[in-house]
Design a protein around this ligand. Sequence first.
Ligand SMILES: Nc1ncnc2c1ncn2[C@@H]1O[C@H](COP(=O)(O)OP(=O)(O)OP(=O)(O)O)[C@@H](O)[C@H]1O
Length: 588
Amino acid sequence: MKELKHINKYFLKYKWHLLIGVIITIVARIFLLFTPRYVKEIFTVVETYKKGLESGNSSLQAELALIIFYIIGAAIIAGILSFFMRQTIINVSRYIEYDLKNEVYAHYQKLSLNFYKKNRTGDLMNRISEDVGKVRMYVGPAIMYSINTITLFIIAILYMYNEAPVLTLYTIIPLPILSVAIYKLSKEIHKRTTIVQQYLSKLSAFTQEAFSGISVIKAYGIEPQTSANFDELSTNSKQNQLNLVKVEALFFPMMILLIGVSNLVVIYIGGLQYMDGRIESLGTIAEFIIYVNMLTWPVATVGWVTSIVQQAEASQKRINEFLKIEPEIKNTVEEHTAINGDITFDKVAFTYDDTNVNALKDISFSIKHGQTLAILGKTGAGKSTILDLIGRLYDIDKGSIKVNNIEISKHNLTDLRNSIGYVPQDAFLFSDTIKNNIKFGKEEANDEEVIEAAKLAHVHKNIVKFNNGYDTILGERGITLSGGQKQRISIARALIKDPEILLFDDCLSAVDTETEEKILKNLNQVTKGKTTIIVGHRVSSAKNADKIIVVEDGRIVQEGTHDTLVNVDGYYKHLYLKQLSEKSSVNN
Ligand SMILES: Nc1ncnc2c1ncn2[C@@H]1O[C@H](COP(=O)(O)OP(=O)(O)OP(=O)(O)O)[C@@H](O)[C@H]1O
């Protein structure tokens, strides 16, 4: 129960709902327990009548009618109260499920990128859905059935003991056996459920990845292998489900057997006692048979509830594992910090935790507010890493990064990120309209602003050609768009934000050089007064920059402007000449 302590704060939040639920449950059980007593009453009335103590038939009918009326009345009241019992306790479990899901989701969002690299998406999804669902079972049904059992047990045993103490003893003897048997069975069910759960987790992680990468799977024609892998996983999953069903199937037969045995005990011992005259009325035996049947299910639920609690504990443990993870990147400054866009890197070194790749070894440069910096270099040189560090997606190991002459860790993290318009290398679009994808950069933007941003990113003409224009829904990851269109929508998203700092990570790689020139020309206008960093592989995207740096293996190997760098031997001049000759060969 250590892990489930986490839920206590929610119990406290909904304490009044729960208290009302508990009271209703108790009252409902009291009404339910009227039935066996009235059944005994019926026997007594009939027996008394038969003994000829009653004077007339009509009185017997009237008395029986009254008792039946009471039984029906008590059953209706117990039914109505049971409805409200569920409406309170089960509703609370749904509220807590909702709160817990939101808590986990909000926490996921705070966690750093490293967390997402270390954990598979399917696993994250499972913990927020399946595991939270299991914890709900503890919050709702487990608590409801426990109160139910305790109340029913106390009241019923009191009534029974009062009526026939010895018979009570014999009646309840089989119940602990039932409880222990169900507990053992539930434990086995739990063990097998955990295995089923693990396989479901693997299956959903696999499926999620396969569908995200469906275009690659199709392009490589590896559907048969993927299907075979899926088949293997789902066969294992099915086998485990069958193993589970086998033990689950024992549950009801075992209960029916024990109820049968208990009934026989009541009839046999009750019969003997009736013959001995220790029990006055046969009604007592009927009453006890109803008690036995009423108590069997709650007693069985003791084992079942124990298993629910164990499962919830295991699930909450998995949830807590994630909730305990502290975000690596923390906002340490609550007050707002102004950002105008001066950026300085001083001897920055950075190693990715998960791969141990020392991506940046010694990077120093500075760029003033309103200037443009271009970063070039071979693939894997560390260019994207530099951009990620400006947005503080990771914290550096050595050196310092300052924005506005203040260490970035001393900036309010939200302000820092809000001041950045970032266009990633891999444009990600949500399954939503084009308009909303662009407005993602500025939710309150109006249609004119959206169109303006799309025009600047040179994608407006493409969008209006779609039947639904800006309201065109994009498939998952925008698969209905070309790579270049996706990149340009991603650029529009950054531009509409009108941020102080614009970071373009090789975001024109999928557009032709002609469109690139047009976009760059537009960018020249928009980026006036903003600090802009363009990462690329083409000289065309760097030549107008105020400063160019060439990165190689995590270090700056060249620094200058286009005019200075084309005159020095090195990567930039080489690239320039190569791209110049490619261009002239295309023109010829
Ligand atoms: N998220 C990450 N986790 C671990 N290692 C990473 C991660 N991103 C990049 N790396 C590694 O860090 C090094 C620098 O990568 P980076 O993406 O910064 O290079 P780049 O210059 O932008 O390359 P490209 O031009 O291909 O985009 C590479 O060796 C890469 O494998």
